[in-house]
Design a protein around this ligand. Structure first.
Ligand SMILES: [Zn+2]
Length: 316
């Protein structure tokens, strides 16, 4: 019996072995959340501001859950350079361990829509916070690669040097990213985040190169090391944080619109009903109604006159 337990324990540990990956520090997640609140339409901005402390707390909950939920960690990254299934995949599969953050964002969006539809305040806070967290993690370039801690390129420890010490050192400066674009409804949250992950993967070599350059300038990794990091990576990092805020705000907005809890302003120019509803239903209905009316009239006429007055005859 004890042997069975030991085998089970080894299986569980091999499947869910923790990787030494953090995520943006808590302060970064909270700040991304607050910045995204400021992007919302007025009435919903007021609502989220009213609950901002709870929301900021909820934005770091996914990291806190990692110690109690062994399936949680892979929801924070996606090793896109290590091909694997990352959607609708069993948490027991080895693919799952390579990361499913885009799927986590998609699920959080769906759950947020349901919470909004049912006026579930606790659910709204929880899933808006989850969504903000996972989008935030997906914007961290080292959450897109199997070389997440520089362990494959001689840059061991870069993960926390970049996302904790470096960001902490230049926190306010890195959040000075200028104006965001207008809110838009996201058709496919999963694809949005896959794109965010792939642009993150593209800058991973630059992070490793900056680490090498900073090390050469300051092997003791003091202030000079982080100054070089800032010179090399400041602009890129500012862009990643901006992208995260934009995507969090767009996904919250998407949930508000799709739940019916927010009606976007009608465009002032004339736009077809199809464009306004975002699908073909109303146009199809508009076409279908006259067709059915004509067919119904033909049936009545056929019954009354024995044949359709519109039928063609080969003779007579
Ligand atoms: Zn995380």
């Amino acid at each position: 019996m004890k042997k069975v337990h030991l085998v089970l324990l080894l299986v569980v540990l091999s499947v869910f072995s923790f990787r030494p990956v953090g995520s943006w520090g808590f302060d970064v997640h909270r700040e991304l959340t607050s910045k995204a609140v400021e992007q919302l339409p007025e009435e919903w901005r007021a609502f989220f501001r009213e609950h901002e402390d709870e929301l900021r707390g909820a934005s770091v909950d996914p990291d806190l859950r990692r110690s109690s939920d062994l399936t949680e960690a892979p929801r924070h990254y996606d090793d896109q350079d290590d091909p694997h299934l990352d959607r609708n995949v069993s948490s027991r599969s080895s693919d799952y361990r390579k990361g499913v953050v885009a799927w986590a964002v998609e699920n959080s969006t769906i759950l947020l829509i349901k919470a909004l539809e049912s006026d579930d305040l606790a659910g709204i806070i929880r899933y808006a916070g989850d969504l903000a967290h996972y989008v935030g993690d997906a914007s961290q370039p080292l959450h897109s690669t199997e070389n997440y801690d520089g362990q494959l390129t001689g840059n061991g420890g870069i993960h926390s040097r970049y996302e904790s010490t470096f960001i902490g050192e230049y926190f306010d400066d890195l959040f000075e990213y200028g104006d965001l674009e207008n809110l838009t409804v996201v058709d496919d949250p999963y694809e949005l985040i896959e794109g965010q992950i792939s642009t993150g993967l593209e800058v991973v070599p630059a992070i490793m190169a900056a680490d090498n350059k900073a090390d050469a300038a300051d092997p003791g990794r003091g202030a000079k090391y982080y100054q070089v990091m800032y010179d090399e990576l400041g602009e890129m990092t500012r862009g990643r944080l901006k992208l995260a805020v934009q995507n969090i705000a767009n996904l919250w907005y998407t949930a508000l619109v799709q739940s019916g809890r927010y009606e976007p302003p009608q465009p002032t120019s004339s736009v077809s009903a199809n464009t306004l509803t975002g699908n073909g239903d109303s146009t199809e209905a508009a076409v279908a109604l006259p067709v059915w009316t004509v067919m119904f009239a033909l049936v009545i006429i056929r019954r009354r006159f024995g044949s359709s007055p519109f039928s063609f005859h080969s003779s007579g």
